[in-house]
Design a protein. Structure first.
Length: 132
């Protein structure tokens, strides 16, 4: 019963996020990128963290960590997988995902995990950045 109650609470929290993502999935309200995203030059990778932190702040969220995944740092890789941990209100997550979808060098968002403990809500976002 405890597990089912937790799952119901999670669904209540995620409902606004799903309501925002449904139009995104249908291609409504988001800038459509060309079939191939702009590729971020390697020289601009250090500025990526600052830009992501600005997006989080604008969405009312706090960035806890932004870390490139080691497996995507191999020489010649065309993508950089970034794990981003944040915290804040679910309305901020909706805004953040909307902004992230409009970055032309983001190839795709692979996952969004929501973790709630008491009043604290944390998000784990996995995004793939297209590299030159």
């Amino acid at each position: 019963i405890r597990k089912a109650t937790l799952e119901l609470e999670e669904q209540k929290i995620l409902l606004p996020v799903y309501a925002t993502l449904a139009p995104l999935a249908a291609g409504q309200g988001v800038t459509q990128h060309p079939s191939s995203p702009r590729r971020l030059p390697h020289a601009e990778i250090p500025a990526l963290q600052a830009e992501l932190r600005q997006l989080a702040t604008a969405a009312g969220l706090r960035s806890l960590a932004i870390a490139p995944q080691a497996k995507s740092l191999v020489s010649g890789s065309r993508h950089l997988e970034v794990e981003w941990r944040l915290e804040g209100p679910t309305t901020g997550l909706r805004s953040l995902l909307w902004s992230l979808a409009n970055l032309d060098y983001i190839d795709h968002v692979g996952y969004v995990r929501v973790q709630q403990e008491g009043n604290d809500v944390q998000y784990h976002v996995g995004a793939w950045v297209a590299l030159e």
